[in-house]
Design a protein around this ligand. Structure first.
Ligand SMILES: Nc1ncnc2c1ncn2[C@@H]1O[C@H](COP(=O)(O)OP(=O)(O)OP(=O)(O)O)[C@@H](O)[C@H]1O
Length: 391
């Protein structure tokens, strides 16, 4: 797929900017804080309806303005698509495809596919488990947009169950502190033990859906990541990736998984009641990376961790291309300078001209001359783009 144009109105520091992408690679060059990442963020929003930098739409709207608009024209194998998105201060959004406003935002997902690689991704290995879960979930949403609602449902149930556990914890504490029999009576009336078991059942059903999908996507991603990792490391390192769900998945059987889920909830009931929060479920899942039998998170060198993240990103590109049937966009936000020359070349060789790539950088100096000649160069200055001629 190919993003031909992008139009930003009152988005971040862009009052009104039309961009025509005229080459397979576009390099956005400019000093810090000029708007390079903002432009990639607009593409990210069109792809996933989310920004990894903020969850508040008002941050995305140019200071002092009421609404922001992003629109784009995408060329896909099956035809051309116009995407549009309006963001408002109050958080209400409208999205449209080919001029039609969509009632469900979910129907917008899966239109523009992309892989994002920023310097933040270098923390994917070293950072906490939440980052790896988030990475996996974002990939899943691209491959099966319905997963966005599966995950949303799980998180909603989790929040409600947590609120109930909190109130149980509070009343347990009050009970310990109160000797007033009347107060005790009031407390016990307000608690309904069967309410918790209703939430347990819902959590197990929704949580099992999340776990099974995460397991499936990793199963498909792992061979690609291993193969890339072998190439980049020159066959000196063997990568193992293991999904470690909080509730163990024996085989891909939903009933067995729900049963195991409920059993684990029973086992941890006292701890949960004491802590006032849900400790069983996919919000506690982990993805473990091991290089030559050593956990990459604690013991991997910086170079090894970079190789691993690069292999994961290349695997994402391949998996999305396989599932969707056409190459996704690649957004490289300030990351090339973080990779050494050999890893840079591995990445650039893998992309070739097959993937439309948007790259941000503060200096063109770190790029291969041949690469620069084949790229469209846009200079970014205080929310304005100027096309640069390269001779
Ligand atoms: N809602 C907004 N309204 C106006 N300006 C904004 C808004 N949000 C961000 N900005 C401005 O956008 C600029 C940051 O742009 P961006 O994050 O794209 O930087 P960048 O060019 O990628 O630089 P770096 O190399 O530092 O990442 C800052 O000047 C910031 O003040």
């Amino acid at each position: 797929m190919y993003l031909k144009t992008l139009h930003l109105r009152n988005f971040r520091n862009y009052p009104d900017q039309q961009v025509e992408f005229s080459a397979a690679k576009t390099i956005l060059v400019g000093n810090n804080a000029q708007g390079k990442s903002n432009l990639l963020e607009a593409v990210e929003l069109m792809s996933s309806l989310r920004s990894h930098r903020t969850s508040r739409d008002r941050d995305l709207i140019l200071d002092g303005e009421a609404i922001a608009q992003i629109s784009g024209h995408l060329q896909k194998d099956m035809g051309e698509v116009d995407l549009s998105m309006t963001l408002r201060q109050n958080g209400r959004r409208s999205v449209g495809l080919n001029g039609l406003n969509l009632r469900r935002q979910l129907d917008f997902l899966g239109t523009l596919n992309m892989v994002q690689f920023s310097s933040l991704d270098l923390d994917l290995v070293r950072g906490g488990p939440e980052q790896r879960r988030h990475w996996l979930d974002a990939l899943l949403v691209q491959l099966e947009p319905i997963y966005a609602s599966v995950l949303q449902q799980y998180n909603q149930i989790l929040r409600q169950r947590n609120a109930l556990l909190k109130s149980i914890q509070k009343s347990d504490l009050n009970r310990q502190n109160l000797f007033n029999s009347q107060a005790l009576e009031i407390e016990s009336q307000s608690l309904n033990p069967s309410e918790l078991s209703l939430w347990d059942a819902q959590l197990a059903i929704a949580g099992s859906r999340v776990i099974r999908r995460r397991a499936r996507v990793l199963q498909r991603l792992i061979p690609f990541a291993q193969s890339w990792h072998q190439t980049i490391s020159g066959s000196t390192e063997a990568l193992e990736i293991r999904y470690a769900p909080n509730v163990e998945l024996i085989d891909d059987n939903p009933e067995a998984l729900q049963k195991a889920f409920l059993e684990k909830i029973q086992q941890r009931a006292i701890v949960e009641r004491h802590q006032g929060t849900t400790i069983v479920g996919p919000h506690r899942d982990e993805v473990e990376f091991t290089i030559n039998n050593t956990p990459a998170r604690q013991y991997g060198s910086q170079g090894q961790q970079r190789t691993l993240v690069l292999a994961l990103k290349l695997a994402e590109l391949k998996l999305i291309e396989d599932v969707i049937g056409e190459p996704p966009l690649l957004l490289l936000d300030d990351v090339l300078a973080e990779l050494d020359l050999s890893r840079q070349n591995q990445l650039l060789d893998a992309i070739q001209d097959r993937f439309q790539t948007l790259i941000t950088t503060t200096h063109l100096g770190s790029f291969d001359a041949q690469w620069i000649n084949a790229s469209q160069i846009l200079e970014v200055k205080a929310g304005q783009l100027v096309e640069q001629e390269i001779f």
